[in-house]
Design a protein around this ligand. Structure first.
Ligand code: WT7
Length: 690
């Protein structure tokens, strides 16, 4: 449980200034409210719900659930019987009731410095309504699934909220398209990340063909031309769409500052049977659209995340609980105030972007920076340049980005003032104390508390986290639970451990934002999260609790890897490798990496008669990239004529991890069937990344 008093030694505090205006001002204040949230969740969440618009009130219990598989089907329901619309709450309510129409919703900052746009709440509402009307005119209805494959542009937020407005379920794609989705697809031509051109249209076309091959025909694709004018005139060439379908808004875009450096643009083949142009469709659409009133437990979105058995899982979140939870966590964890400028550097395609770029900030009427580029382009000061340019007060990024920038020392940071910064956040993986100290001392100049937020795609929002003015911080600890969240640490036999201890991190009861099911496979949902320890939600992470009651995440304890804050399953990478005809067997392990946290070290056993060479290596790399995504690109591939196995034929990953790191102390290997295999692998280790 939470201690009555916060520790006084070896902890860091936020500035006194921050405490003056904060929502939660002291540890005692946090503890008191936390107890209320646990003892009386209906009242606690009921207070949060008062800020929102409900077309009809809920009828049953505020939060109804079963978390115990031995007692029947797992379910969580929040505010059953109520109806609302999340886009109405994020936009109309802020524009009309809260009079925030002229407030900036997003400062869009492009990949190229100087490429920028500003969008107010009123404009965002209009654009969402227009696009919602476009979707309707294309036949999209409540409950339909819409896939979105777009870069970090305002239109991506518009597309998400337009779906939400008409009750369609969005699924943002960051990797090959899951074939279980029926689609209209919204996508963009491409974008630049640093100097690199990413041709989204071609990638999407390939994926669409695969969907067709599998019997899921995609009827419509709406394409946003982001790399604009040149694309219009040059690359489309003879395949360009008929004039009425080309993109007419370029003139207007120029006036708003979206001027592109002259650069190669993607070659985008155009199929008039399927492809529709975003700009042309929007131009004729009305900017008013009555929201579709949705039930609390209607699906809001599906987001695919890695599964330890290999196949990605479609995590499903629903309307009301997710809205309340992302709104409350955003407000309290970043201590959001009306004049803040907030910046989360994550991609919207990840849950961090869903919850803390789109839903949480807009629910609060916040002003955010939406950044298309990279922390290192055009140089490694870019982040701090943007902080000063927009006077960013609350800044949220990942440990991998901090470690990357740390390599360049403090000088690129100190080129900019960063005076506006008040709170710094991190997410995605454990932050090592060195990186924490650098972030705190150099970036925040010892003035800004660091909120190390632990959560998952599945949890919808932060579950373990400091509150900036209330929680004394310890570098590397995600500290204490957020309101409504009850963590426990279990041992291997499923017993709850008390006091200082280490084991499996689980949660004992739901909070409004927890996922509701794996899309199309409720059984997999129960098996993955609830079967190992009946009565608990199992995170898959290891965790330690210290003498002061602080929680420290120790990393995944299943077959998952965390590469730059992105979860990957070893099984998923292995099956991508084995799909290549030259590969008979593959085993993938993580190898510590100074910036990415973990890198992918792959052992491959080739099919009979195939010889290993660089061409094959490159093909394998490409294969994994294409099947899973760039984040899964193998860092090392080692030719393994044989893999270390137990007598019963199980691959000994523990031994492979040692080989990958060149650690000769193998521990107990008495179960190993043939120990000469290990020596051979040590001799042929890969010393440099492929
Ligand atoms: C896994 C969830 C949450 C959005 C981004 C990743 C790891 C996440 C922390 C943190 C230690 C963390 C865990 C978790 N993780 N945040 N602050 N400290 N570990 O979402 O892809 O669903 O990954 O990321 O291992 O289970 P995700």
């Amino acid at each position: 449980m939470i201690p009555d008093k916060a520790p006084k030694e070896d902890v860091f505090h936020g500035s006194e200034d921050l405490k003056k205006e904060a929502h939660i001002t002291s540890f005692e204040n946090y503890k008191e409210l936390y107890m209320k949230s646990i003892e009386n969740p209906d009242e606690f969440w009921g207070d949060v719900a008062k800020d929102f618009f409900w077309k009809t009130k809920h009828t049953g219990q505020f939060l109804d659930y079963n978390f115990d598989v031995t007692k029947g089907e797992i379910f969580v329901k929040c505010m059953e019987g109520a109806s609302t619309n999340i886009s109405y709450n994020l936009l109309d309510r802020n524009v009309h009731e809260r009079k925030l129409g002229d407030k900036v919703a997003f400062y869009w900052e492009g990949n190229e410095p100087g490429d920028e746009l500003t969008v107010t709440y009123r404009e965002l509402l209009q654009r969402v309504c227009q696009f919602a009307n476009v979707l309707k005119s294309q036949g999209v209805k409540k409950g339909d699934r819409v896939s979105i494959y777009m870069p970090m542009v305002v239109e991506l937020v518009v597309a998400m909220l337009a779906c939400a407005r008409i009750g369609a379920v969005h699924s943002i794609v960051r990797r090959s398209l899951p074939s279980s989705l029926f689609l209209p697809l919204i996508r963009s031509d491409g974008f630049y990340r640093g100097d690199k051109l990413i041709n989204l249209k071609l990638l999407a076309d390939e994926a669409l063909q695969k969907c067709r091959d599998k019997g899921f025909p995609i009827e419509k694709c709406i394409m946003l031309k982001h790399l604009s004018k040149e694309a219009e005139e040059t690359s489309l060439g003879s395949q360009s769409p008929p004039a009425k379908r080309s993109c007419p808004d370029l003139q207007q875009e120029k006036q708003t500052g979206r001027v592109k450096k002259t650069r190669p643009v993607p070659q985008v083949p155009w199929n008039p049977e399927v492809d529709l142009c975003w700009h042309a469709l929007v131009r004729g659409a009305s900017d008013e659209c009555e929201p579709e009133w949705c039930g609390s437990e209607d699906p809001l979105f599906i987001l695919y995340t890695s599964g330890s058995t290999g196949k990605p899982k479609g995590v499903l979140h629903t309307v009301s609980g997710y809205m309340l939870y992302t709104a409350a966590t955003f407000k309290l964890v970043f201590d959001y105030q009306l004049d803040d400028v907030y910046w989360c550097t994550a991609d919207i395609g990840w849950i961090t972007g869903h919850s803390y770029i789109t839903y949480g900030p807009l629910a609060n009427g916040a002003t955010s920076v939406l950044f298309e580029g990279l922390p290192t382009y055009p140089d490694v000061s870019r982040m701090w340049e943007i902080v000063d340019k927009y006077h960013v007060t609350k800044f949220y990024t990942a440990p991998t980005a901090i470690r990357l920038l740390m390599k360049y020392g403090s000088e690129p940071v100190q080129k900019y003032k960063r005076e506006s910064l008040k709170v710094l956040g991190t997410v995605g993986e454990p932050i090592n104390p060195e990186a924490w100290q650098w972030y705190y001392n150099v970036v925040g100049e010892r003035r800004c508390p660091i909120v190390d937020t632990f959560w998952q795609t599945e949890t919808g929002g932060h579950v373990l986290t400091p509150l900036p003015a209330a929680t004394p911080m310890k570098p590397g600890s995600a500290t204490f639970p957020f309101f409504g969240v009850v963590p426990a640490i279990l041992n291997e036999s499923g017993e709850e451990l008390e006091g200082p201890s280490e084991g499996y991190l689980v949660f004992k009861q739901p909070w409004p934002g927890v996922m509701r099911t794996v899309y199309g496979n409720h059984q997999r949902f129960e098996t993955t999260y609830f079967k190992k320890f009946p009565g608990y939600y199992v995170t898959g992470d290891g965790c330690r609790r210290d003498k002061d009651g602080y929680y420290w995440i120790t990393g995944r304890i299943d077959d998952m890897l965390n590469v730059s804050g992105h979860l990957l399953s070893t099984a998923e990478v292995e099956s991508a490798l084995v799909e290549h005809e030259a590969v008979a067997e593959a085993a993938v392990v993580g190898r510590p990496h100074p910036v990415k946290g973990e890198s992918l070290y792959c052992f491959v056993t080739l099919a009979d008669g195939v010889t290993y060479n660089r061409t094959l290596e490159a093909e394998l790399k490409k294969q994994v990239r294409e099947k899973i995504g760039a984040i899964a690109t193998p860092d090392y591939i080692q030719n393994a004529p044989a893999l270390p196995k137990t007598r019963s034929g199980k691959i000994m990953r523990r031994v492979l991890r040692k080989i990958a790191c060149d650690e000769r102390d193998l521990g107990d290997i008495s179960t190993l069937a043939d120990s000469s295999v290990v020596e051979q692998l040590f001799q042929n280790r890969c010393c440099t990344a492929v």
